[in-house]
Design a protein around this ligand. Structure first.
Ligand code: PLP
Length: 419
């Protein structure tokens, strides 16, 4: 459920008509709804009511905007970060260091040091090599870094191959077969407080079964590690819950997810960490765009050319992803169209042969479910600027990220004097 609805024939974000934002800020622009973010945060938390000891750490990579992070910080969320840049954002949004978890397969030495400097709550270690390096850095400070070992359970998440992370051939985590040995080696190091295990098998999961399979493997591992004499107090179950991008998709609800987690983890006796991203932010944002022109006369349906492009919203080009596309002031007429951006790549196609609201040049439209993995994946390809972001709260809104003009990007470039 979200708060982007038609009121008197005009699409609103909460109580703000989208044409007002388009007029004031220009298009394309990402528009987020605070009420939707808060609702999703609450529903996720309530789904896990029966899990007593937990941390919900928002996956910052899904939407790192500072204002979005602030909304979630106020909801009691911590942060799952995958870079030094994200770590600094989580802190800037007021998240407590002990509520920050640092994931990622390629943390540099500087990033590990940064995590230690800031006294973050947990490092999720993805290899023996990383664990040894972290132990040396923490040991040199006379500290023991709080850590979990990320394992790769070799489970097929049944999602798009580019967002699957828990198969044996993926780069993430330590293969389950080597986990006991790796844990024993790293747990013995003075610089580490290796206190548990972590798992994250992929994103946009539409079925609980792969998650349950992975969690069951984690449960068995916890039992084995304890039998080997290790103290296990923490398990991180990652993120991955999918969202409906189109009619007919019914991802598991947070309540169903929570019930499964409670059942599978009942006897573990550990503190659990969750790292939801998309399920919190996905439907809390739209990409608002204006039709540049409608081009007819080709072999197929007309091209609705919008002013947003693959550099602003990469998911369709990257994953063949579907985003619902709706007029801001629908007339009731429909058309079949190819919806494309202006970029000089055929991949700059948002939808082919799509049944959508009838549109003409100058009309406004939205790509829905663009609040996660949207603005954050933007680039300046074709020397386009970076899209601004707006946060709506009831009948007010604020620009929470400025448009970065193509000229400002060019200003950061230099022609050496020997040219
Ligand atoms: C991306 C990621 C998440 C969030 O995934 P969602 O599908 O957006 O919930 C959580 N944990 C880790 C380690 C990730 O890389």
């Amino acid at each position: 459920m979200d708060h982007f609805e038609l009121k008197n024939g005009v699409l609103h974000a909460e109580d703000v008509p989208l044409p007002r934002i388009a007029d004031d800020v220009g298009t394309p622009v990402y528009v987020y709804s605070r009420a939707t973010l808060e609702r999703h945060a609450r529903v996720f938390r309530e789904g896990l009511d029966s899990v007593p000891d937990k941390l919900i750490a928002f996956a910052v990579k899904s939407n790192p905007n500072l204002a979005v992070l602030k909304v979630l910080q106020r909801e009691g969320f911590g942060a799952d970060v995958v870079s030094g840049g994200e770590l600094m954002r989580a802190l800037a949004a007021g998240m407590a260091p002990e509520m920050i978890v640092f994931s990622g397969v390629g943390k540099t030495r500087a990033e590990l040091e940064l995590g230690l400097d800031k006294n973050i709550g947990q490092f999720n270690i993805e290899s023996r090599e990383e664990g040894r390096e972290l132990a040396i850095l923490a040991g040199a400070r006379g500290e023991r870094a709080p850590a979990c070992l990320r394992i790769n359970p070799d489970v097929d998440a049944k999602t798009h191959e580019k967002i699957s992370t828990g198969k044996a051939e993926n780069k993430f985590g330590i293969p389950l077969v080597h986990a006991r040995e790796a844990f024993a080696e790293l747990a013995a190091l003075d610089g580490l407080n290796l206190r548990g295990v972590a798992v994250h098998i992929g994103s946009q999961l539409l079925d609980l079964e792969p998650l349950e399979t992975a969690f069951a493997k984690v449960g068995q591992l916890v039992e084995d590690l304890r039998a080997a004499g290790h103290t296990i107090t923490h398990v991180d179950l990652g993120g991955g819950l999918g969202v409906p991008y189109k009619a007919g998709e019914h991802p598991p609800s947070p309540a169903e997810y929570g019930a499964m987690v409670a059942r599978v983890t009942r006897d573990w006796g550990v503190h659990l960490t969750f790292e939801p991203g998309r399920v919190i932010a996905g439907n809390a944002g739209v990409l608002l765009t204006r039709v540049v022109r409608v081009k007819r006369g080709g072999n197929g349906p007309p091209f609705v050319i919008v002013d947003a492009a693959m550099n602003d919203l990469a998911r369709p080009a990257l994953y063949g992803a579907w985003h619902d596309f709706d007029a801001v002031q629908p007339s009731g007429e429909r058309m079949t169209a190819n919806i494309v951006g202006p970029i000089c790549e055929t991949g700059d196609t948002f939808a082919s042969d799509r049944d959508c609201d009838a549109l003409v040049a100058g009309d406004l439209a939205v790509f829905r479910t663009a609040g996660a993995y949207g603005a954050t994946m933007a680039s300046s390809y074709n020397s386009r600027g970076f899209v601004p972001e707006v946060l709506v709260d009831g009948d007010r809104y604020a620009v929470v990220a400025d448009r970065i003009a193509a000229a400002a990007i060019m200003d950061a470039e230099r022609v050496p004097d020997w040219l």
